[in-house]
Design a protein around this ligand. Structure first.
Ligand SMILES: Cc1cc2nc3c(=O)[nH]c(=O)nc-3n(C[C@H](O)[C@H](O)[C@H](O)COP(=O)(O)O)c2cc1C
Length: 436
């Protein structure tokens, strides 16, 4: 019997590539989008499900107590808006899903629904929205708030936000556009109705003023790991992205999200869980181990990891000595699951140990030839149950070389094993995700 196929996504953001390496890519200024167009064409050649663009909306100041280290190392800043890039990428591809992050903190629901419908048209049904509520006070302060709402409250607000945008997407019946030449009627006004939404936090009249998009609504992607986050994902998401550590935790997380989906009356197979995965590869296993050691031994590796953790938790990780156990009382109002996973509070591990263990960010470590990594991915999926991987550069920056290792080394190896698709057969991103 042939193995169950799994899905592939890529996780990155619209930020600086590996600009000062011997094998630098686009020279540190990928802002005209050309580097990303090329990137997505490579992913499309490899039949990826989607390209996902992460986002945050601040210049971080937590790492080292000011913006100095963030800007010096281009850690989380500069970072450009994923939405215009998504529109450009959509028009340069034909099959690949394009997922952009938009925060419920920043976008009024009407604006988000309108932008999503517009880009879903430009993408001919391949647009996805990574639903986030933002995790930083610094972001909140760019949108008129003094502080981010508390973690669980953000999810309650986001739940109501989803009610508004879903009502807006449904404010046009799918067949509202009739284009009847005889009666000179473009749209049937009886099929386009206000939503008159009045909730606890949001108020919106509607209807949406865009034509119904090919998917009706964008594909929803979400990454909640907490209790509230898992419920939110199970209720709304078409695809969940996760950083659960190791096959046991991955399986527990997947089974849990699927059970919650049933509780909300959904078919659990309609939710595809993709696991963050950062393999290190080379033509030989020993070569891959050398690449791994070289990558991890550079000061910039630790620096990038700590800068990222500081930015998304607003804890200053530069204050802790590298060779002493982390304090056990660290808390965040930001990304709770990422903190829990990275810090392993109570384990007594030093910061240096934590960076070496979790610094590449993936759910499972994998180092070897493309074929060895492909076999490993197959084993992980057999153990976890599904549904695929979200590839991310192990050393935190995009390079043409790494993209090629994946698209021209790893993916063909996976295809030879019958583990991933060899061609696209569906039109929209949601259909592509539901193909298997
Ligand atoms: C793989 C992954 C990607 C994420 N991408 C973003 C992002 O682009 N922007 C953002 O503000 N939050 C992002 N988050 C944070 C989540 O949206 C969520 O707010 C966070 O995981 C906290 O939820 P939790 O406490 O339920 O885990 C991401 C989280 C994970 C694990």
């Amino acid at each position: 019997m042939s193995p169950k196929k799994f899905h592939l996504g890529w996780f990155t953001n619209f930020s600086v590539d590996e600009w000062n390496d011997p094998l630098a890519s686009s020279g540190g200024s990928p802002w005209d989008g050309e580097f990303y167009i090329e990137f997505c064409k490579a992913l499309e050649r490899a039949c990826f499900d989607y390209f996902m663009i992460e986002d945050t909306m601040m210049v971080p100041e937590s790492y080292g107590g000011s913006s100095r280290l963030a800007l010096k190392g281009a850690n989380q800043a500069p970072k450009h808006d994923p939405l215009p890039l998504a529109a450009v990428l959509a028009s340069h591809t034909r099959h690949l899903g394009i997922v952009a992050t938009m925060s419920t903190l920043a976008y009024p629901p009407f604006l988000l629904a309108r932008a999503s419908a517009t880009i879903d048209h430009l993408a001919r049904g391949r647009f996805g929205w990574n639903i986030v509520t933002s995790g930083e006070d610094l972001s909140a302060q760019n949108f008129g708030l003094d502080k981010l709402p508390e973690h669980d409250l953000r999810y309650d607000m986001a739940d109501e936000y989803m009610d508004v945008v879903n009502a807006l997407f449904a404010s046009w019946e799918p067949d509202a556009i009739v284009m009847d030449r005889e009666t000179e009627t473009y749209a049937d006004w009886t099929k386009v109705k206000p939503i008159n939404f009045v909730g606890k936090w949001y108020k919106c009249r509607g209807p949406l003023n865009t034509a119904p998009s090919p998917q009706g609504r964008p594909t929803y992607v979400q990454a909640g790991g907490s209790e509230k986050g898992r419920d939110f994902a199970a209720k709304h998401a078409d695809s969940v992205i996760s950083v659960a550590q190791g096959p046991k935790a991955m399986k527990e997380f997947r089974d849990d999200v699927r059970a919650r989906a049933v509780k909300f009356g959904r078919n659990p197979d309609d939710i595809k869980l993709l696991w963050l995965f950062s393999p290190v590869m080379d033509a030989t296993e020993s070569g891959a181990r050398i690449v791994n050691e070289l990558g991890m031994s550079q000061d910039r590796f630790a620096d990038r990891r700590l800068a990222l953790m500081s930015a998304i938790t607003e804890i200053d990780f530069a204050q802790f000595p590298m060779d002493e156990p982390l304090p056990t009382d660290l808390t965040t109002n930001g990304e709770t699951h990422s903190l829990k996973r990275f810090a392993q509070l109570g384990s007594g591990k030093t910061l240096r140990q934590l960076i070496m263990e979790g610094g590449k960010g993936g759910c499972v470590e994998s180092i070897g030839t493309p074929d060895q990594v492909a076999a490993h991915m197959g084993e992980i999926m057999a153990e976890v149950g599904g549904d695929g991987f979200l590839i991310c550069n192990p050393f935190h920056r995009n390079t043409r070389r790494y993209i090629a290792e994946v698209t021209d080394g790893l993916v063909p190896a996976l295809q030879r094993r019958g583990l991933v698709r060899t061609e696209y057969t569906k039109k929209t991103l949601r259909e592509t995700l539901l193909e298997f």
